[in-house]
Write a protein that binds this ligand. Sequence first.
Ligand SMILES: [Zn+2]
Length: 348
Amino acid sequence: MRVIGRVAALMLDYLENYMLEGGYKVGGKSGKVLERAFRDEAFLTWVNAYEEYMPGFKQKLAETLMNLFTPRNDVLELFRKGLVPILSVEKLELLKSRLEKATSIPFEKSVKWARKYLPKGTRIKVDVYITVDGFNWGMARPGKIFLSILQGEPTEESLKGLAHEFHHAGAIYWLNKNKKLNALKSSNEHARILAEVFTYFVTEGLANWYFGLSTISAIQGDEERYRLVKKFEGEMPRLLNSAEQLLKWIYERHEPIEDLKALFKSLSVDTSGQGFPAGHFLSGKMVGTMDNSNIIKKEEIIELVKQPFNFFDLYNKVADENSKLNTGLLEKIKKQIEEWTTTPAPTR
Ligand SMILES: [Zn+2]
């Protein structure tokens, strides 16, 4: 495991020069640092992690960084708002010392924690990138974990929170080996979204339940998160309906596909700045329902990273009658998976 501080170091260097030069200057130090950042391998690794999900992110990030005091009307506004408050000598010094501390954190502890809820033989081989990120405190991609120092001081306690991201890394190890999931991904566009949906519910469900939701009521001083969780609890029927609608549309091969993508995004991406998408809550609660039952063994839940397509069935097995997903629909989805993974993709 490598711990790479360059992404944060470049960002802090840029912000410092931006402040000293009174804004972005093409021929100035700020200009040079930004140019260097966008050619740096580590920095681009972080940028590309977003680019995958938000096409055009790289360009928008550059624009945002060059105009930190110009409000935006896109999703980067959140990012900009995160950076503006640190544009002072004291704040930048504080972040520099955080960066130094972060690079010497014993991340192995988080890995150990994550392994408690992963099957035997899970390989967690990741590099940790320390970032200054206005969107996410923690984020995982295959082989990589990104940890932002913007949101707070990394402490031993926050390492437990980081176990969420290491759990993703372990889950991805198994999901990437799943032949059926890979076949879906290389089938038609609806099948690809279905693969994403199962991946999302399994990864976020387990990570959110075992490293968050199950202890939410015990979390001291996290009033905001607690209130948000209470709000989502009241919205559970609506959230379950959204999940069902998503599966229904995939099965029906609903068009335009943008409807489907928007619905999935409304669950999986949080653009409100609360940092906690509704789908994280929903999937976490579904795993919680399994975990709290006497019928389902913990091993079965943990094995979901190997058998992702069992997720909704396992949930339905123990959910209250009025919280179950439509069983007929789940059956149809299963048949559809068989069909999509055994016949070649249609050429349109
Ligand atoms: Zn997550």
